[in-house]
Design a protein. Structure first.
Length: 625
């Protein structure tokens, strides 16, 4: 059986529509409370955590066109789950006998011109240009079962549209059958159907599943309404749409943890509290509680953040990579535009993308990949401590797919100056599960890199203390430290003279720093180019981040130049001619830091989840006779 799915809230949207007051129909005051309470629940972090601006509420729409435009807006931005909810009066068109959704000015004697035909909603949701992987419609109105007609039927236009749109999961949940009225008991806080839905989302189901998918919600609400003699809900789904979840089971959710806190890889439990004992209820990270791994990218000005992101989209599309094939897709429009524009500038035009100057919407990418089928002897783990032969490529762990959020920010943020950065940036980085930190030791600004890093650490620490208490001995994040621009002659020649780097037996013969030497290389580069400031930077890293959850890399977003035979030559390796790239780009170690963080975070989280299950089992066994 396929597991329930809780989509990335950052790539999901909800539209909540309700009509409470009417000109000719009876008012429904409970609908207003339906809307506000559902919005609060969907945006609650420990349940689902939709960003507030991803949950659009329309309490009194004036026209059908207004609702359709709002639906077009949210549907066009949804990549994961789209939820559409309506509560109000349901009207039946006397000519077509189809369901219409009443609006403030709706007239029961003039249904068609005064209300919203549900068929308009259905067609908009199932339109081929809507990219949402999962589509959920919830109707709380009389005759709502009529919406089932043509929704996911085996034949007809709707089914063909759904097939063309490649719907991975679609579900329609209604409060009543097609010939039944819904119920809004006078004096009740909510309407009957939505009231039961709110109750189960708010309180959870003891002994229920970890995720409250639509099939589970329907079964629970059906039982409650049936026991009270109230109208019975209906459900219809397609392609496992009933397994789309609206939140975690609150009856099983542990108390809220501080943002970003994840289990220590050393103990397999939550990061130690100020008292030194690991918390049994430290939340498991991405991959175990349905929430995707979130990774923040940061570095001082000119450290290469934007270029690395552009190179990342290129290397993933390179089918000749020895470690397998990967794909990346943007989970919002800004991410898709970034992939196209910046990759084009870097790969086709030989120009570096412009530095990030303003803080925009976070970049969100879905990484999908498969290991090289010829690499079956490789261990699944990313093991930076295991020795490798000199002619072997660095071994990376296997991962079949993950979602990351990258908050690329201007490098001047978090410098230790009186200026105060946007608090949302601090929040996003603090709430990330992992951080990729880029360090360019050769740039003129590198002499203040420790100041930039210190500013970041201090603001993250302050945020964590204000939202959940001191973070413990270390910050809770997994960390990947990347020395950038390994291809730069200033860095490479100094590293070669110091005997760093081994020429490996890949198709280009590029020199690389072995994984087991990467930490020492980073320390050498910091000390060699930055002097005491470099020592301070390394001390900041090792004093504030758990060494067991920190990995080091020597990276290059453009790689080395190759000769006519496609081979690296120590006498002509620089891949820049002034400010333009000489030849094709051949990135080194730009994907590996993200993969390493994903594996470390998930492994620690899964270990913690297993430990909690064992402890619950032990407690249950101890409570027996």
């Amino acid at each position: 059986m396929t597991d329930a799915v809780l989509s990335d809230p950052q790539a999901s949207y909800a539209l909540l529509v309700g009509a409470c007051q009417y000109e000719t129909l009876d008012d429904l005051p409970a609908v207003q409370r339906n809307l506000s309470t559902l919005r609060d629940l969907l945006c609650t972090p420990e349940l689902w955590g939709l960003p507030p601006d991803h949950c659009v509420v329309m309490p009194e729409p004036d026209s059908a066109d207004e609702v359709v435009k709002a639906l077009e807006h949210v549907a066009g931005r949804t990549v994961e789950t789209l939820v559409v909810y309506y509560a109000g009066h349901g009207l039946v068109d006397p000519v077509t006998e189809e369901l219409n959704l009443a609006l403030t000015g709706s007239d029961g004697n003039r249904v068609a011109p005064s209300s919203l035909p549900f068929d308009w909603v259905r067609r908009q949701i199932l339109a081929p240009e809507v990219r949402a992987r999962h589509k959920v419609v919830i109707l709380d109105c009389c005759w709502s079962g009529r919406a089932m007609q043509g929704w996911m039927s085996g034949d007809g236009v709707a089914n063909e549209v759904a097939n063309r749109a490649r719907i991975h999961g679609a579900c329609l949940l209604t409060s009543a059958a097609e010939t039944k009225k819904a119920l809004a008991p006078p004096g009740d806080e909510f309407t009957a159907f939505t009231g039961e839905l709110i109750t189960v989302l708010r309180d959870g189901i003891p002994e229920g599943p970890e995720l409250l998918d639509l099939d589970t919600l329907y079964g629970h609400v059906l039982g409650q309404l049936s026991a009270k003699g109230r109208p019975l809900p209906q459900i219809r789904s397609r392609n496992l749409g009933g397994q789309v979840s609206l939140g975690r089971n609150r009856a099983l959710v542990p108390p809220p943890r501080r943002p970003g806190a994840l289990p220590s890889a050393r103990e397999g439990t939550a990061a130690p509290s100020a008292g030194g004992e690991p918390s049994e209820e430290g939340a498991a990270g991405g991959g175990t509680d349905g929430r995707p791994v979130r990774i923040g990218l940061w570095g001082a000005p000119a450290s290469g953040k934007t270029t690395l992101l552009a190179a990342l989209s290129h290397v993933i599309g390179d089918t000749q990579q020895d470690y397998g094939s990967w794909r990346v897709s943007g989970l919002n429009r800004v991410s898709e535009e970034f992939i196209v524009q910046h990759k084009t500038a870097l790969v086709n035009d030989g120009q570096f993308p412009p530095a990030t100057e303003v803080v925009g919407e976070p970049l969100r990418f879905r990484f999908s990949g498969a290991p090289n089928p010829d690499d079956d002897d490789f261990d699944d783990e990313f093991d930076e401590g295991e020795d490798q032969d000199d002619d072997e490529e660095p071994v990376i762990h296997r991962s079949h797919g993950f979602v990351v959020e990258v908050q690329d920010v201007p490098g001047h943020y978090f410098h230790d100056t009186p200026s105060t950065p946007d608090s949302s940036i601090t929040q996003r980085l603090a709430e990330s599960d992992g951080l990729v930190y880029l360090f360019d030791p050769t740039d003129g600004v590198s002499n203040s890199s420790a100041d930039y890093l210190f500013g970041l650490i201090q603001r993250i620490t302050t945020y964590l203390e204000e939202t959940g208490g001191p973070p413990g001995r270390y910050l809770p994040h997994a960390l990947a430290v990347c020395v950038t621009k390994f291809d730069d002659p200033q860095l490479f020649l100094a590293a070669r003279a110091a005997r760093w780097g081994t020429q490996v037996n890949d198709r280009h013969g590029f020199p690389r720093v072995k994984d087991r030497h990467a930490r020492q290389f980073v320390h050498w580069a910091a000390r060699h180019f930055c002097g005491p400031d470099g020592d301070r930077l390394c001390d900041l890293i090792e004093n504030h981040f758990d060494p067991d959850r920190t990995a080091y890399f020597a990276t290059s977003s453009i790689g080395f130049h190759v000769n006519d035979d496609g081979v690296f030559s120590p006498s002509d390796f620089a891949n820049l001619n002034g400010t333009r790239i000489r030849g094709g780009i051949r990135p080194m170690n730009v994907l590996e830091p993200f993969i390493a963080l994903d594996r470390r975070i998930r492994t620690a989280a899964e270990t913690a989840a297993l430990l909690r299950r064992v402890r619950r089992t032990d407690r249950a066994a101890g409570a027996g006779p």
